[in-house]
Design a protein around this ligand. Structure first.
Ligand SMILES: C[S@@+](CC[C@H](N)C(=O)[O-])C[C@H]1O[C@@H](n2cnc3c(N)ncnc32)[C@H](O)[C@@H]1O
Length: 329
């Protein structure tokens, strides 16, 4: 069956739409099916959506941001109908944007609505409290506030995703360590843990404090580094490819660079551009079996066009000329 690329209703800097296919490819190389995917840094939840639409797996979602976690808990519940109707009836304007920015929603549906409208009308989908509206406060920018808000399409997407509700558990807004605690308790035997996959996509190392209201400091990144090899089940971790992530993970046997990159606008003047790294126990195993390239080589994601956009040079060898679809050996 053809792989269905995930389409999240939320826009996220570093959203993992393109990475999802590579993740499924990795799992099939590893050879064991995933019964439950855990995504404790949900954001736009692209990888979770790819599991719902391409596999039979169950999904556990969580995010520390209360707007984001409320959004997913409403989407995967009966209240999705109410949210979908409200979204369908929305025509974004600067005054709606300002009202929502200043609002303190009391119910999950209100929070979910605030989340999707601000996400689709602010620069790069950034939910940061200082992020401005698309088009600027004077609406003199090239793109206006409603340019990313196709009300009917978003509403349909919410309705479609809600049909997977019985396969999804959304935990309340909480730190990833609380999610780890929850999973450890529920999946207590080594047999049940074999069927788990963690997909961890923590806040970027660089500029994260400008992208998310809930970002990571050095101590948070270190704590995650300390836990990564003790997680119950398999794991895939993705990060921006910068000195700080390389410093922590370069020596991990499951460290891999991948030919994906972000290009997200932070505000009217600044962009974020970074490559991507993956770290996974599956990568370490596949490397031992020589299925994946050795350390320092690139994992080429099999999608047309990406190869030619590659800007990464590894060591003295330019890899751009050697790329083919599939995994580079
Ligand atoms: C890089 S984004 C995730 C993007 C997501 N993978 C996607 O496809 O859109 C990181 C997310 O982690 C959340 N976050 C930040 N600190 C957290 C923490 N301590 N525990 C759980 N989530 C956290 C942020 O709110 C943000 O939504």
């Amino acid at each position: 069956m053809k792989f269905k690329n995930p389409q999240s209703p939320l826009r996220y800097p570093g959203g993992k739409r393109k990475l999802a296919k590579a993740i499924h490819q990795l799992i099939s190389l590893d050879g064991r099916e995933v019964e439950t995917l855990v995504e404790p840094f949900a954001g736009g939840a692209s990888v979770a959506i790819s599991f719902l639409e391409n596999t039979e797996a169950g999904v556990i979602l969580s995010d520390l941001d209360p707007l984001v976690s409320a959004f997913w808990s409403v989407v995967f519940s009966k209240r999705a109908v109410e949210l979908a109707e409200r979204v369908a009836d929305t025509s974004p304007s600067l005054s709606l944007w300002q009202d929502l920015r200043n609002s303190s929603p009391r119910s999950d549906v209100e929070r979910a609505y605030k989340c999707i409208v601000l996400n689709r009308t602010s620069f790069s989908g950034i939910l940061h409290h200082r992020a401005g509206p698309i088009g600027g406060l004077d609406q003199k920018g090239q793109y206006k506030i409603d340019c990313r808000f196709n009300a009917d399409r978003l509403s349909d997407r919410i309705t479609t995703l809600s049909k997977f509700s019985d396969r999804v558990v959304v935990l309340r807004a909480q730190d990833w360590r609380a999610t780890l605690h929850f999973v450890r308790k529920g999946w207590s035997t080594s047999k049940t843990r074999e069927s788990l996959l963690w997909y961890l996509d923590p806040p970027f190392f660089e500029k994260a404090e400008r992208l998310y209201d809930y970002s990571f400091g050095a101590a948070d990144h270190n704590r995650l580094r300390g836990q990564i090899d003790k997680l119950p089940g398999r794991f895939i971790l993705s990060y921006d490819d910068v000195a700080a992530s390389r410093q922590r993970y370069l020596k991990h046997p499951g460290f891999l660079r991948i030919n994906l990159s972000y290009n997200a606008r932070i505000d009217r003047t600044e962009r974020l551009f970074a490559g991507e790294i993956l770290v996974s126990d599956m990568i370490a195993r596949l490397r031992k079996r020589s299925v994946l390239p050795p350390m320092g080589r690139l994992f080429v994601f099999p999608e047309r066009g990406l190869a030619s956009r590659l800007r990464v040079e590894l060591g003295s060898t330019s890899v751009a000329g050697k790329m083919k679809s599939g995994i580079m050996k």
